[in-house]
Design a protein around this ligand. Structure first.
Ligand code: MTE
Ligand code: MO
Length: 325
């Protein structure tokens, strides 16, 4: 596949997070010294794909200053933290499983099916769905329902850009995002840990909100498989399970989608899943969260994960309790 991607040279360096802030020079030198064969071997060894990543394609993705967390309050997590502690049940239920096994996934070519209540149904190559010349970087909080959190520099486009290409009809009230179903490469799909494929969904106005992001990169480069390559959504004001990975289907519906975790255990994981310190999960309090790495720092959970001023109005008049699980 040939991607027409702006190179870093096209963007003033002041707008890009310096690479030195991302990788240790040692990793880059190691990658260069290892060559391709060494890199392939490295990829099979869990947890050390950083050299591979260092060689991944650079995206020219200027930071969007409207979506950058305050580094004095929310310092960036390191790449090694973001790509080695994951939830991606298609590659096992342990947090350390995806970094070990997700390298099995073939992410190119990648086709996305668009269907349901829209004027442009069909199958599209990823290059048709996402304009790689429009990528931007955002530094946002990411909060798992299990109470851990990170701060991540994603690269992508607003989900709205993708949805607009599909031309949803007025009767479309919700949009579903389906993860790839390919048990030959995703061994977790041979188990009953969840109902496959993983399906997430949003109400249309949530999906069209400027904060709702379609992610294709991390730390200025192609997204690591374990984080949902080649395209995943991220909804910063909701619990992490709303952010479906490795998306192959976008479907517009008139009725509320039956999302994977709501089907699995509707008492604990509902459709809305907005972060709220005051609404406890049935088995634990959500008042506080622990920041990776090491979970050493515990901090108060923020309403809508700190994005209340931007998203609160989406839920005016709705029952508070219903909105959280
Ligand atoms: N397809 C798929 N998407 C998924 C999951 C999954 O198991 N399968 N886990 C979700 C959960 S629970 C979380 S917290 C986030 C984790 O994203 P990260 O690994 O990039 O931090 O992915 C979400 N998306
Ligand atoms: Mo999660």
């Amino acid at each position: 596949m040939i991607l027409k991607i702006k190179t870093s040279a096209d963007v003033p360096s002041s707008e890009i997070t310096p690479e030195s802030a991302y990788y240790s020079r040692r990793d880059i030198m190691k990658a260069a010294a290892m060559g391709t064969a060494g890199l392939a071997a490295a990829a099979t060894l869990g947890g050390i794909d950083t050299p591979l990543f260092a060689q991944a394609k650079n995206y020219a993705a200027p930071r969007n200053p409207k979506f950058v967390a305050d580094p004095t309050v929310d310092p960036l997590n390191k790449l090694e933290e973001i790509n080695s502690y994951n939830n991606f049940y298609e590659f096992g239920t342990g947090k350390g499983d995806p970094v070990q096994y997700a390298n099995k996934l073939t992410t190119s070519p990648w086709t996305v099916e668009v269907d349901g209540a829209c004027n442009k149904p069909g199958k599209y190559d990823i290059e048709k769905m996402i304009d790689f010349t429009q990528l931007e970087e955002r530094v946002v909080r990411h909060r798992c329902v299990e109470r851990w959190s990170m701060v991540i520099p994603w690269v992508g486009v607003p989900i709205k850009h993708v949805i607009d290409k599909c031309e949803p009809q007025a009767k479309a009230k919700y949009v579903e995002f389906h993860t790839l179903l390919r048990p030959s490469e995703m061994f977790g799909q041979k188990t009953g840990s969840l109902q496959w494929p993983y399906v997430e969904g949003l109400r249309m106005d949530e999906a069209m909100h400027p904060l709702a992001f379609m992610v294709v990169g991390l730390y200025g480069k192609v997204l690591p498989n374990q984080n949902g390559a080649p395209m995943r959504i991220h909804i910063p004001w909701k619990y992490g399970f709303k952010s479906g990975k490795s998306i192959v289907r976008i479907r517009f519906t008139e009725t509320m989608p039956k999302t994977t975790w709501a089907v699995q255990n509707g008492n604990e994981y509902g459709f809305w899943a907005n972060v709220n310190p005051e609404v406890d999960h049935p088995r634990w309090s959500q008042a506080r969260e622990r920041r990776l790495p090491g979970f050493a720092t515990s901090r108060p959970t923020l309403l809508f994960n700190g994005y209340a001023d931007q998203v609160q109005s989406l839920y005016a008049g709705m029952d508070k309790k219903v909105l959280f699980y």
